[in-house]
Design a protein around this ligand. Structure first.
Ligand code: HEC
Length: 187
């Protein structure tokens, strides 16, 4: 357990993305349009691939955890091209990435959860498909994971905490992240 957690902590550090200064800035409406055209075609309420719906994503009121994962998926896996032609220009992509980085940095101080999107060591050629949500308890660390590609859920507990999923306090974990975990568990 300790070894696995160590790997994950290293992977989190490695996945941190530096925001570049964009040449152009996108309006909120343009960010929403990009999300709709480039992402929500696959991430719909009706068929949320990877358990993620971006149909109602609003750049004006973004969920920082979802913005963080969108950022990783675009910079790490080229998700901006996933919907096919016409692919947005590099300038538009950079501006969108910068906007997402700003959204991702606004994590609520009350949230006890840290959410990230990692490469799963078990499926390293599938890109960043491992959604992770981590919280520190006085008795140890709880780590929830959903692999969006294989739809495999996992829960790990370190320290002395003997925790079952039903006793984990999900307060502060955002609804779209909970939806991804629930989607994985509902398989
Ligand atoms: C052609 C369909 C398609 C498009 C378009 C697409 N995605 Fe995905 N996305 C997927 C699939 C399928 C997964 C599940 C993981 C996998 O199979 O690798 C996924 C997973 C994700 C995840 C991880 C969540 C999870 O539970 O796996 C994020 C974040 C994500 N996509 C963001 C985006 C963003 C941002 C865009 C637009 C820039 C986008 N995606 C466009 C198909 C798509």
């Amino acid at each position: 357990m300790k070894i696995l957690l160590g790997t994950i902590v290293l992977a989190v550090a490695g996945a941190s993305v530096m925001a570049q200064q964009p040449d152009v800035a996108l309006s909120v409406a343009e960010q929403n349009e990009l999300t709709h055209k480039r992402c929500a075609v696959c991430h719909t309420d009706a068929k949320p691939l990877g358990g993620l719906s971006l149909e109602h994503f609003d750049a004006d009121q973004p969920d920082p955890a979802i913005a963080r994962m969108m950022l990783v998926k675009i910079t790490g896996d080229g998700a901006i091209s996933a919907a096919g032609m016409p692919v947005p220009s590099p300038e538009t992509r950079d501006a969108f990435v910068a906007a997402l980085a700003a959204m991702a940095s606004h994590t609520s101080p009350e949230s006890r959860w840290t959410v990230d999107l990692l490469v799963d060591p078990l499926t390293p050629n599938r890109g960043h498909s491992l959604v992770t949500a981590r919280t520190e308890l006085p008795s140890g660390t709880v780590l929830l994971q959903c692999n969006g590609a294989s739809r495999r859920a996992a829960m790990q507990v370190s320290g002395t905490a003997s925790t079952s999923p039903s006793s984990v306090n999900f307060d502060g974990l955002s609804a779209p992240v909970r939806a991804i975990l629930a989607w994985c568990l509902a398989k």
